[in-house]
Design a protein around this ligand. Structure first.
Ligand code: NDP
Length: 342
């Protein structure tokens, strides 16, 4: 059983020497003693294996917060398409085609298949199940339709746009009737975006001296939706060009995965891993809620469930110092600018 083993945890860019080709042995039948036991193990022959950016996270001891990190000395774990050779699992039988989490080896013994789906439609290339019909496809679909909540006619920007996820997001956005611009790291990829995937426009970010200007050129009226696959300086520039009520789907931060020191906006990984939502809001949009707020606040104040600390200064002449004091933390509680005593 040929395998690619993960050598050890690493920092910086992964190298081929971090992964070692090895030959192990495997019985091509599940042990009969497992028969009738609780085992749900299945044995598969791997047909296609996928390379995905998230695998870099598994090469650090923390696993990036996604899943358990790789075990040094064990086969690399990742998505694949496989054929079931033997099964103790009620949902899978010998001969089934499946896609999901398997190993970088010819045969894998999957003791607890948690992410494994039976393939029923075989009139398309089987490799699609690690791409457009697999994890990247679902990422593009859920990320665009659910997280970005697109509407017809909106301005959509996609980074790493020619990649596994990005090319699909761009096409979904076009199918939705949006105006779509993509960015990628070579002129060949830019050509693909415009001529194969149907993006309205595209640019090579490596040839743009100023990303902010590039975005202003492509989106004179600003961006409604940014499907972010890269993070870093591109995200910084995009934020400057977002329209009111725009949405940013934080799908990936690939520009940061191999950096020992992050670049651009810091500390965004927990947003992604913990599905944290950050949303700007402005109170003028909520004045219609004032009557319900007033009713609740008065009730709580009268019931002494809501207390309020004020920090009052006397006289108009004290107002400038009081205002400046806010930025030095001199106020305790609400600083009212009180012009006269009642
Ligand atoms: P891709 O097929 O897009 O491959 C990665 C691409 O990223 C490269 O081809 C390269 O394209 C681009 N890239 C690499 N380094 C940089 C960099 N420093 N700055 C900018 N671009 C860079 O990968 P996927 O489509 O599979 O994944 C895209 C993103 O989505 C990744 O960040 C990934 O982690 C994330 N992802 C997130 C998921 C989720 O559940 N949130 C699930 C799946 C993927 P180019 O030449 O254009 O630079």
């Amino acid at each position: 059983n040929k395998q690619i083993l993960f050598r050890d945890f690493l920092t910086g860019y992964p190298k081929e020497s971090n992964m070692v080709l090895s030959t192990g042995t495997i019985r091509l039948k599940l042990p009969s003693c497992e028969q009738g036991s609780d085992s749900k193990a299945i044995l598969v022959k791997n047909l296609y294996l996928s390379c995905d950016p998230f695998m870099r996270h598994m090469m650090t001891p923390e696993g990036g917060g996604y899943a358990p990190p790789y075990t040094p000395g064990s086969p690399i774990v990742g998505f694949g398409v496989a054929k079931v050779i033997d099964s103790r699992h009620p949902d899978f039988k010998k001969g089934d085609l499946v896609w999901g989490i398997t190993g970088w080896e010819e045969y894998s013994l999957i003791s607890e298949p948690t992410v494994l789906f039976k393939i029923t439609d075989t009139d398309v290339p089987l490799s699609y199940y690690i791409g457009v019909l697999g994890m990247p496809g679902l990422t593009a679909y859920a990320g665009f339709y659910e997280v970005c909540s697109p509407k017809k006619g909106e301005y959509v920007f996609v980074s790493a746009a020619s990649g596994a996820v990005g090319q699909l997001v761009g096409q979904f956005a076009k199918l939705m009737g949006c105006y779509v611009v993509g960015t990628a790291g070579s002129n060949e990829k830019v050509h693909l975006l415009k001529n194969k995937f149907g993006f309205d426009d595209a640019f090579n970010y490596k040839e743009e001296p100023d990303l902010n200007m590039a975005l202003k050129r492509c989106f004179p009226e600003g961006i409604d939706i940014y499907f972010d696959n890269v993070g870093g300086p591109m995200l910084d520039a995009v934020i400057l060009n977002m329209r009111s009520h725009g949405r940013i789907g934080l799908c990936g931060l690939i520009s940061q995965y191999n950096r020992e020191k992050p670049e651009g906006i810091y500390n965004l990984m927990p947003f992604l891993v913990k599905c944290v939502r950050m949303e700007g809001f402005r109170v003028p949009h909520y004045y219609h809620m004032y009557p319900q707020f007033l009713e609740l606040a008065l009730k709580y104040i009268r019931e002494k469930k809501l207390i309020y600390v004020e920090d009052t200064v006397e006289g108009l002449e004290s107002a400038p110092a009081a205002l400046i004091g806010l930025f030095a933390g001199r106020n305790v509680g609400k600083q009212p600018r009180k012009w006269f005593k009642r």
